[in-house]
Structure formats: C-alpha cells, structure tokens
Design a protein around this ligand. Structure first.
Ligand SMILES: [Mn+2]
Length: 318
C-alpha cells in the first residue's frame, strides 16, 4: 500500500498543505466510520464481453492518481484504503460475491464504500453488498442507480461487463421490487435497437450523449431531480467510456463522441447535492468508477479523470 500512497510533501505548510497520500491509511478491523476506498481488480467481465482487457490494473492506477490530490477536509473523516478484491482466473461470479461481501461489511460498519475498478461487472458485485445491507430497512424498495455510461450494460446471457444492470433488474424483480435506473451519456452509435428495446422493457430512463450539452443543462438537471425524488437509496456508477476517447483513451471501448468531462462532473455534483450527499439523511449508498484500463492509458489522463470523479464524490464527506 505505501508504495502507491506517496507523493510531494509541503511540510512548510503543515496541516493546510496535505495531500491525499498523507491522509489515507489501511482499514483495520473496528476502525471508526469513514470513507473506504475498495478496489475491484478484474477484467474477466471485459474479456467475456469481448472488450480490450486491462481493467484489472485499474484500482492501482486510480490510487496513484489520487495520491497527490490536495486534501480540503474539515471534518476529520477517516480516509481508508480497504485493499482490493481480485478476480483470479475465470471465477468472475466468485469475485463479484466477494466484492458484495466486502461492501456489505463496510456498510454495516458505517463506512462509505468508494469502489475503484475494474470492469463494469463490479456493479453487480457492489449491488449484492448494498442490497444485503439495505434489505431489512425498507430502502431497497426504492433503490436507484445512476450510471454515467455510453452503454446500457443490460445485455442478456453469461455475466460480463455488459450485463450487470440486467442482473440487478432480475434480482430486484425476483423479490417483487422495481428497477430504477437512469443512464447518462448513452450513445446511439454504441447500442443496437435490441439494446434500446431491452432498456424500454426494463423501464430505464436515459439521456443520450446528444442531450448532455450545456444548452440542455437545465433539462438534464430536471431529469436527475425527478429520478432522485423516486428513490430512497442511490448507487452511483461511472463508466469511464462515457467520455470522448481524447479524454479517456484508457478504457475497453473508447467513445468517439462521449460526454464532456466538465459537464459530467457538474452533473455529478448536482446529483450528489440533490441526493443529500454528506448530510445525515443522504440517499447515496456507494459510488464506483469503472473500466479504467491502464495499458491503454500511457500518459495517465484516463486515471486522472477517474481520480477526479472519485475526488468529487469523496470530498464532501471529508
Ligand atoms: Mn459500462
């Protein structure tokens, strides 16, 4: 862990000159509630989905990009590194169950799980943990997911990085619970009519990449507001392929158009505020940044944007 959490130290500035690498510490049993960074080192789902593999190295790259970021915390909330859940070989289902068990335990201990991916198959693992943690308090009845993604990830068939949200839909349906899913940044060019039909069947709400532009900012915010009003618990998922290839080349399936990083970060901030993130009655249960593939990210720009997304989610809690 220590080799990743390293960087510049502005000793002359004391407590006001600190960076994340100086605050992050390993998560120990019984530690006070805080933010827990948990990696999902897997690209088995991407391999099964016929994408470019490499996401297994994503968590490590995200930590490296987070290490030098300036710390502005005012609440002394602990910031933990909870390590990685890794997918060894082809046992993706086992790794997803293990991720779920870790997430459930973190939530039970009062931590905010901030997940670092890893292929987007991580969303099925994190949901397993969230649903187990929420099953008894009624919030699972009004569980929602906001996913920044060029793709619906609602494929049928063997579990992969393309199927997690249909798996979630099916798991909720098996309990007689509704599926509330808002996708932001859907690309018409990257989803066939069959996939749009599945999204319609599943009652999905989406905004295409053509709708995520500054002149349509208000409409996007209103769509987010309406969605947040319909839920009591929120899983936030960000797939780094939602952005243009020029901004995030280091993903399994780069996008030609994508959504602008500044606009996406502003919408993420709007979503967090609307969901009460950082307040006592926050609806935000966990967040995840998926699909960073370092082998295709030679200058680290994809990791840098992924880290900024993590930073923007975590900072209001610190
Ligand atoms: Mn995805």
């Amino acid at each position: 862990m220590s080799e990743v959490w390293q960087g510049r130290i502005d000793a002359e500035d004391g407590a006001l000159g600190r960076r994340w690498h100086q605050l992050v510490r390993p998560l120990a049993a019984g530690a006070p509630a805080g933010v827990a960074l948990l990696g999902f080192a897997s690209d088995e789902g991407v391999r099964r989905n016929q994408g470019r593999v490499g996401a297994r190295e994503g968590p490590r790259s995200l930590r490296r990009a987070l290490a030098p970021l300036a710390y502005h915390g005012v609440r002394d909330t602990p910031l933990y590194d909870a390590g990685d859940v890794a997918c060894d070989g082809e046992d993706l289902e086992g790794a997803q169950r293990a991720l779920g068990a870790r997430v459930e335990a973190l939530l039970a201990q009062g931590h905010f799980p901030m997940l670092l991916g890893g292929g987007h198959e991580m969303a099925w693992g994190s949901f397993q943990g969230a649903s187990a943690a929420l099953a008894n308090d009624g919030r699972l009845r009004r569980y929602g997911i906001v996913n920044f993604d060029a793709h619906f990830d609602l494929r049928r068939g063997r579990a992969s990085s393309g199927t997690p949200f249909l798996q979630i839909r099916d798991a909720l349906a098996a309990r007689g619970l509704p599926f509330r899913y808002l996708c932001i940044g859907i690309s018409r060019a990257a989803n066939t009519p069959a996939l749009f039909a599945t999204a319609r069947e599943c009652g999905v709400t989406w905004l295409t990449d053509e709708e995520i532009v500054w002149p349509k900012w208000e409409a996007a915010c209103r769509a987010i507001d309406a969605f947040v009003e319909s839920i009591d618990a929120l899983q936030i998922s960000v797939c780094l392929d939602a952005f243009p290839a020029a901004a995030t080349p280091g993903v399994s399936a780069p996008a030609a158009r994508g959504i602008a990083p500044d606009l996406a970060l502003s919408l993420l901030g709007h979503l967090l505020g609307r969901a009460g993130h950082g307040k006592r009655d926050s609806r935000v249960v966990l967040a995840e940044v998926a699909e960073l593939a370092p082998p295709f990210d030679p200058d680290g720009r994809t990791a840098r944007l992924g880290a900024r997304l993590v930073y923007d989610v975590v900072s209001p809690l610190l």
